[in-house]
Structure formats: C-alpha cells, structure tokens
Design a protein around this ligand. Structure first.
Ligand code: NDP
Length: 438
C-alpha cells in the first residue's frame, strides 16, 4: 500500500513501521493525532501533467530515525524544478505583494514568480531587479492584456484595491491565464457573478486567496469541530480588529474599498466561521457604528457586529472594528469543551488551545503544530489544481457566497432587523480538500 492510498485509519493501524516517510508523530495524552503525522499521508502526484518532468513526481523518502514518541518534522519537501513550476504574474506592488506574496513565492514548491504588473515604473524596475524578473516580463496596467502572449505566465494574481478586482479578473480571464484573486473578491455579489462567468467562458480556473483555509491550526480546529471531538458545537465568538491611521488610504474610500472593516477584516470571521462549521448561515442580524466626526469613517464603516444562525442551530457572533487595538481571535463553545484560537487571522503565530471536562476537573491543552507560510501554501494549492486539473478548494463561488452574506449583514444593520437568507447555495461549494505539507 503506498501513501497515496492510505486512509487516516489505515495509517494509524500501520503504527508507522511500514510507512517510510519518517513516520510516527505524537499521540497526545488525550489520544489526538498530531498534525505532522497526518501530513505524512500526503499523496504523491497522480497522472502527472505534461509540465512535470519524468522522475520528479515521486517524493524523496528518507529512513525513519526518530522514535515514535518524538514529535516529527513534516515530510521532506519535494519541490518541482524551478522551470517546471507554475509561473505567476503578480499584479499590484503594494503592502501585501511586497511584504508577503513575493517573499512567499521564494518558498513555494510548485509556483514561481515570472512577471510583475505595476503602475509605478520606478518601483517595478527595483522590484524586478530584486526578484530576478526579466525586463520583458514587466508590465504596466496599459500593457496588462499582453500577458496573453507570455508563455511563461500560467497564473495572474490580482493584489489590487478591491474595486479593481473585477475588471482585472475579467480582462485577465480573456488572456487565457488562470486567476488567483485577493479577498474580498470584489465589491458586490453582482461583480462576483461576472467574474465567475468570465472565467468559465474562458475555461480558466478562478481561486480566491482565503489563506486561513490553508493554515494548519485553523484546519486542525475545523477537524475537531466537524468530528465533534469536544461534543456538538453550539456557539462561536469571533473578533478581527485593528487600528487605522490614514483617512486618505483607499481602504477608507468607498469607491475603491466597497466598505470598511467588514469586507476587509470582518470577512475573516465570516469566512472562517463558515469554513470550520462546513455549513451556510440561514439568517443574519447586525449592528453598525462609526465614531461621528472621525475622518477615517466618513465613507466606510468603523464597526460591524453581527450574528449568524446556522441550520445546525449554531449561533456565531462576530465583530470587527477599524479603530481598536489589534485583536484576532475566535472561540468555539461545544457541549463538552471549547476550542480557542488566538492570532487566528494573523500571518503567523496562531495559538490553538482547547478545554474539556474531565470529571470535576477541566483539562486545558495547547495544540502544537508546525507553522507554514500561508501564502506559499495557498499558491502551491492553486498550482497543484492547475497541474492536476482540479477545482480549487476556495473557488470564485466561495467569494460570491461571502459577498451575498455581507450584503445581508449591511441590510440587517440598516433596517434593524434579522435578514433571512433564501438563495440557493450549490454544494459542494468548495473543491476537493487541498494536499498540504504541514
Ligand atoms: P496597497 O494599497 O498596499 O497596495 C495596492 C497596490 O495596488 C498599490 O500599491 C498599487 O500598486 C496598486 N494600485 C493600482 N491602482 C491603485 C489605486 N487606484 N489606488 C491604490 N493602489 C492602486 O494594498 P494591499 O496590498 O494592502 O491590498 C491589496 C489587496 O490585497 C486588497 O484587495 C486587500 O484586501 C488584499 N489583502 C489581503 C490580505 C490577506 O491576508 N490575504 C492582507 C492585506 C491585503 P502599484 O504601485 O504597483 O501599481
């Protein structure tokens, strides 16, 4: 039996001895399997597409050298040779691109940077030199459509202000390249529908960059919740807040941002609640507030607080604010315990703590997992979908669903009443589970 065909149960029954991937892992005192062990069931590539050269689809296998009780490192990285990786054109060289995405591309296994698009020629020249992007692979917004003629580019990654996502996705789809688009997907559900249609018409894949859905701690919490390890989930409390400084920034302009704290950072609570529960809300009720006279909030909201009711009966209370000290956390209350995630939506530093009743005692545990680069994980997932012709785990429909819910949240806050959600959500909304190193 090879790793590709191992179920989790099979893997456990083998006790690691016949699996040559470095095996074992930590069975915590409560009997929970450590994520590193799960990661070692990572399947190898099947039906390698033309881009993978012969001989590199097999993982490199090292002999086991630690005992079963030691915490194991993850599987040996199996990167594709650089010239066989999926080529990315990054569009918009702002904070996220320069601070996270371009550096993350250097640690990808299946993705590489091949082109840049920017409205700032000076910056473009510097960044291209830093990352070794050839001058002929540097584009402006005017020459963007010429990406069509660049065979090195497989994916266009849109990292622009929210209101520009739709046009650049629609134009990008017409170049025949696959599209990865930052969150929020757009500024309305109508725009999301146009983007999905454009990508379908062009027969290209569309993925929304919901990095938390590729993050090990959040994925582990979701597994606990969906397996009811701590009993039936009943309540969620989630908060994502930060402090803004510059009223001139596009995030505070309705025309470019589409909204304030809700679509920018509150979206993480909304999307993560749906992700961990694996179900869609049927009703929302919201309050909105902005401090009068604060120039940051003349066009977009400061605070949104909302509840979502799910078919299983779970009530998720979420809040977001652009004007309080950073706080990014959530807690899931279950019949027999709770799960708490600190730094839940941060780029790193997630801390997963659980509690459960044990007789008259409460056992609290911190679940230690290896950190991964969330941006590299999501880009490599998209590249994997392209190499194996799979639907992305967070496709355009995932972004559309969030926009429909955000519109209901704004409507509820405006009208001061609960809003029922009656639209049909086609299931499965997401693509197959990503194959992730962890
Ligand atoms: P920035 O303002 O830092 O960068 C945006 C870039 O877009 C600019 O630097 C500029 O690049 C380009 N741009 C083109 N037209 C305009 C315009 N009219 N106004 C302003 N910029 C323009 O934003 P971020 O990088 O923080 O955010 C970009 C996107 O990424 C947003 O959709 C945001 O929601 C998302 N994001 C996602 C995060 C995540 O964790 N997934 C975290 C942060 C942001 P150039 O000068 O090269 O043309």
């Amino acid at each position: 039996m090879d790793a590709e065909h191992l179920s989790r149960k099979d893997f456990l029954s083998l006790t690691g001895k016949t699996v040559a991937l470095g095996v074992a892992g930590t069975l915590a005192a409560n009997g929970l399997l450590h994520q590193n062990v799960l990661a070692q069931t990572r399947p190898r590539a099947v039906s390698p597409p033309a881009k993978i050269p012969p001989g590199v689809d097999e993982p490199i296998v090292l002999e086991a050298w630690k005992s079963d009780v030691d915490q194991q490192s993850g599987p040996t990285p199996t990167p594709l040779p650089p010239d066989h990786r999926i080529g990315y054109a990054v569009v918009g060289l702002g904070h996220l691109a320069l601070e996270e995405i371009l550096p993350a591309l250097s640690s990808c296994e299946k993705s590489r940077l091949v082109a840049l698009v920017s409205g700032s020629p000076e910056k473009l020249k510097k960044v291209a030199a830093q990352y070794g992007v050839a001058p002929q692979n540097c584009y402006s917004y005017d020459t963007y459509d010429q990406l069509k003629n660049n065979p090195e580019v497989d994916v266009i990654y849109i990292v622009l202000p929210n209101a520009l996502h739709k046009d650049y996705v629609v134009r990008g789809a017409k170049t025949g390249k696959h599209i990865l688009c930052e969150k929020p997907m757009a500024v309305s559900s109508k725009e999301c529908e146009e983007m999905i249609s454009a990508c379908n018409a062009a027969n290209v894949k569309l993925m929304i960059a919901y990095r938390i859905q590729y993050q090990p701690h959040n994925r582990k919490l979701r597994e606990f919740v969906q397996n009811k390890t701590f009993g039936v989930p009943k309540l969620i409390e989630a908060c994502n807040s930060q402090s803004s400084a510059n009223p001139a920034h596009w995030r505070h302009k309705k025309a470019l941002a589409g909204g304030g704290a809700l679509p920018d950072i509150g979206l993480y609570c909304l999307n993560t609640n749906r992700f961990i529960l694996g179900e869609e809300p049927i009703e929302v009720f919201a309050y909105q507030y902005s401090t009068p006279g604060n120039p940051l909030f003349t066009e977009v909201e400061e605070l949104m607080s909302w509840q979502m009711r799910f078919p299983s009966g779970v009530i998720a209370s979420s809040s977001t604010d652009y004007n309080v000290h950073e706080s990014r956390r959530y807690r899931v209350m279950c019949e027999k315990g709770w799960l708490n995630m600190d730094k839940a939506y941060a780029y790193k530093g997630q801390k997963l703590t659980t509690a459960r009743a044990e007789g008259k005692m409460e056992r609290q545990e911190e679940i230690g997992l290896a950190e991964t680069n969330q941006f590299a994980a999501e880009m490599d997932h998209f590249s994997d979908c392209i190499l194996k012709n799979k639907r992305p785990f967070t496709p355009g429909e995932e972004g559309l669903q969030d926009h429909i819910l955000m519109e209901a949240i704004y409507q509820s806050a405006k009208e001061g009443r609960p809003v029922k959600l009656t639209h049909k959500v086609n299931q499965p909304l997401r693509g197959p589970e990503p194959e992730l190193d962890a």
